[in-house]
Design a protein around this ligand. Structure first.
Ligand code: DGL
Length: 265
């Protein structure tokens, strides 16, 4: 097999990273993809950084064992605590996520941006440094959203619980004139329609998925590592959780039937 035919490995604490996978498939349809959902340990947001780092190392090793030519840490929480360490030990390109603060600040007319994130990302040094580097004169409000990723993980992407949580979180920022909302967790693009309904048409809602797909494409292109040809790539899903449960939610989120394999790590 040519090195460029090797798969790209993606992972998340659970199924949120499928929002990134969706964008990677759109940008790079010929690539084979491996996706690991660490569902038995989801959410990462409530776990200590040392445990998240240990999980990331195990998952990265499992994806590299299966031939991954690049890794995408499709989780803001994992990226914020484990990215630097993964880059040191893997020997393949590792693309990580940070909430899209920079483009949000550029987009905001009022100079008021709100970032929805998991409690761990909200507290993390990485988000703090991204805000310090890119806020400029804008006011960037971080909104920890405990429970939102869990709702998506259980397959709830709409309905009263999701709407009530988002209304409660966004009410005050909207009153203070926020005109741009960043979805700072890869689970959140799956509730984007509810966020958009809550904030209304004058407020922009942005996430990092497309930018990450573009970044992955350019990193692989620089190395001559893109898969050539027009045949669509395969997708293989693995999980530490219960495959039937994870598969049912993953199928709903992706809009196609997928069957994860059980891979405890
Ligand atoms: N999807 C994840 C993120 O982007 C994480 C949710 C969690 O496990 O806390 O942050």
């Amino acid at each position: 097999m040519a090195a460029s035919d090797a798969p790209i490995g993606l992972f998340d604490s659970g199924l949120g990273g499928l929002s990134v996978l969706r964008e990677v498939r759109t940008a790079l349809p010929a690539e084979h993809l491996l996706y690991y959902a660490d569902s038995a340990f989801c959410p990462y947001g409530a776990r200590p950084p040392s445990e998240i780092r240990a999980r990331c190392q195990l998952i990265a090793a499992a994806l590299l064992d299966r031939g991954a030519k690049a890794l995408i840490v499709a989780c803001n929480t994992a990226s914020s605590v484990a990215l630097a360490q993964l880059r040191q030990v893997t020997g393949v390109p590792v693309v990580g996520l940070v909430p899209a603060v920079k483009p949000a600040v550029a987009l905001s007319r009022a100079g008021r941006v709100a970032v929805l994130a998991t409690p761990r990302t909200a507290d993390g040094a990485l988000l703090g440094s991204v805000v310090a580097a890119h806020a400029g004169g804008a006011e960037v409000t971080i909104l920890p959203a405990p429970g939102l990723a869990d709702l998506v993980e259980s397959g709830q992407t709409a309905g009263p619980a999701v709407e009530a949580l988002l209304r409660r979180l966004l009410e005050a920022p909207l009153r203070s004139g926020v005109d741009t909302v960043v979805l700072g967790c890869t689970h959140y693009p799956f509730v984007r329609p509810v966020v958009e309904a809550v904030v209304g048409p004058r407020v922009a809602v942005i996430d990092s998925g497309e930018a990450i797909a573009r970044r992955t494409a350019s990193v692989l292109a620089d190395q001559g590592g893109l898969r050539s040809g027009t045949t669509p790539g395969h997708l293989a899903l693995f999980t530490s959780g219960v495959p039937a449960t994870v598969g049912a939610v993953a199928s709903t989120l992706l809009g196609e039937s997928v069957r994860p394999s059980f891979l405890p790590l």
